[in-house]
Structures are given as C-alpha cells and as structure tokens.
Design a protein around this ligand. Structure first.
Ligand code: IPD
Ligand code: CA
Ligand code: CA
Length: 273
C-alpha cells in the first residue's frame, strides 16, 4: 500500500527507494554513455543531454509511484510537485554534465530527501566507479556499506582542496577566480572535478579535506551535505554561519581546516549575490 501523507515514513524506506532510483538512473547514464546522446546548450557553456532528461524521468517516476504526495525539486524540470508535504525530494539526475558530455568519467546521480525542511537522506551514486555514498541523519554515512569519516588533516599546507565554477562565470564578477587564486597558493593541492555532489562525498570520505564553491543550486548540495555532516564534516556559509541549500555560498571541510578556509574566503570583499 502507498503511504499517506499523515503517516510518518521510515527513513529506511526512503533510503531504499532513493538508492534504487539512483542506481536505475546511473545504469541509464552508462548506457547513454555507450550508445550516444544528443547535446543541447542552455547557454554558451551550460549543456543538457538527453541522458540528463532520461535519468530525471526515471527518478521522478520512481518517486511519484511510491510517494505521490511528496514534493519534488529536480534540476531540469524545476519544482515538479508543489503540494504541501512534510517531505521534499531534491534531485540532480546527472551532476557533472560537462564531464559526461566529454566522456570524462566523473559524474553522479544525486538524490536528497528533506523532512520538515531538514536534510534526512542523502544518496549520491557514481556509476562509473560503482560507488554509492549514502547517509541518514543521525545514523552515519557510508560508501558501499562501509562507514565513512572525514580526514584528520589540520593545516592548509597539507590539505587537498576542491572547488568549482558556475556556468555564469563569464557574466559575473563573483566567479570564484579570486578565491581560487588565493587557495592555490595556500593548499597542498587544488582540484576542479566537475561534480559538486561528488566533491562533498569525497570530503566525507577523506579523499579531499575541504571544498568551497559559490552559486551552486539546491540539487547540487542537498544529498552531499547530509553525507558530509554524517561523516563528521561541517558545512557553513563563508561567514561561518548556517548553510542553506538555497544560499549562494558553501564551504565544507573536515572541521579542522575550516577556520583557515573561512579566513581565506573572508579576505574577499566582493558581494556574493
Ligand atoms: C555542476 C557541477 C559542477 C559545479 C557547477 C554545477 P551540473 O552541475 O556540480 O561541479 O561546479 O556549478 O552546476 O550542471 O553538471 O549538474
Ligand atoms: Ca549539478
Ligand atoms: Ca545536473
């Protein structure tokens, strides 16, 4: 029987369905990567492929058939179900579209579930490595079932950091290039991978020590921040205050290097809108 809105749905049930949807979408992405796909341009550098759209359809059908009363916010379709509900699913069917379109094997499916406006479930699936990152609030984070913990690196000199750039990089002065230049001179290493959801999971797994970015969207972050928080990491805005997935700044780390990262980000006086 389908659950009704008045029922409290068990986090395990939400997790099971989110994992199933992410795996199905991941398999679809791999098949499109093999057989080919069409590319459309949203702007000069922002792409969407028919693989993004097919993966999104697959996930949304999965959610709707199990939880018809839940709200859904999904990248390509926007707010899909706008009825009042305690639950909201936040979906990026393909995080890393530019990588995907170039055959660069670093992309993911990201599915987060909020209950009463707070992140409850995070699922990020990397189909090319068959890596499934999962977390439930209060119950820890896992990679393919094995518990995850952030790194113990406590100095920027020894930290491997990651960042990204939004598609309006050519149109806005708040394009992250100033932060990038500053961190490049302070960190042991700096990467730009092209999938923010995986960047958050890699901090959770101790593969990166810190991540920052400006102008991300809710679907880039919703699942990853549950996973990172449950792995012992921290996510804030650049002032060190509460992070919102609807906000424009994200700094995420293993906690130990957080003050140093905030210090460097604060050296910038540029407005962040
Ligand atoms: C993008 C990726 C990238 C980040 C961009 C996002 P998309 O998402 O997460 O790492 O730097 O800001 O828009 O378009 O590949 O889903
Ligand atoms: Ca994305
Ligand atoms: Ca996307």
């Amino acid at each position: 029987m389908l659950p009704t809105e008045s029922e409290d749905i068990s986090p395990d049930q939400l997790m099971t369905e989110a994992v199933e949807a992410a795996k199905q979408a991941g398999a679809l992405l791999l098949s499109y990567a093999k057989t080919g796909f069409r590319i459309e341009h949203k702007n000069a550098i922002d792409l969407v492929t028919d693989a993004d759209r097919a993966a999104e359809r697959c996930i949304l059908e999965h959610i709707r058939s199990r939880f018809p009363s839940h709200r859904i916010l999904s990248e390509e379709q926007g707010p899909v179900v706008q009825i009042p509900s305690r639950y909201q699913w936040i979906v990026d069917p393909l995080d890393g579209t530019t990588n995907f379109a170039h055959g660069f094997p670093f992309y993911s499916v990201s599915i987060g579930v909020e209950r009463d406006g707070t992140g409850l479930i995070g699922v990020v699936f990397d189909p090319t490595r068959n890596e499934l990152f999962t977390a439930q609030a209060g119950a820890g984070a896992r990679l393919n079932g094995t518990p995850l913990a952030v790194s113990r690196v406590d100095h920027l000199d020894r930290a491997l950091l990651v960042t990204g750039f939004s598609y309006d990089i050519r149109e806005t002065a708040n394009n992250n290039l100033d932060h990038f230049a500053r961190f490049a001179l302070k960190a042991q290493g700096l990467r730009r991978t092209g999938s923010a959801a995986l960047d958050l999971c890699y901090v959770a797994a101790g593969r990166f020590d810190g991540f920052w970015e400006v102008r991300l969207s809710p679907w880039d972050m919703a699942a990853g921040i549950v996973i990172l928080s449950e792995a012992g990491g921290i996510v804030t805005n650049f002032a060190g205050g509460t992070h919102s997935i609807y906000g424009k700044e994200l700094v995420a780390s293993n906690r130990l290097i957080h003050p140093a990262m905030l210090g460097l980000l604060r050296q910038n006086t540029r407005p962040t809108s």
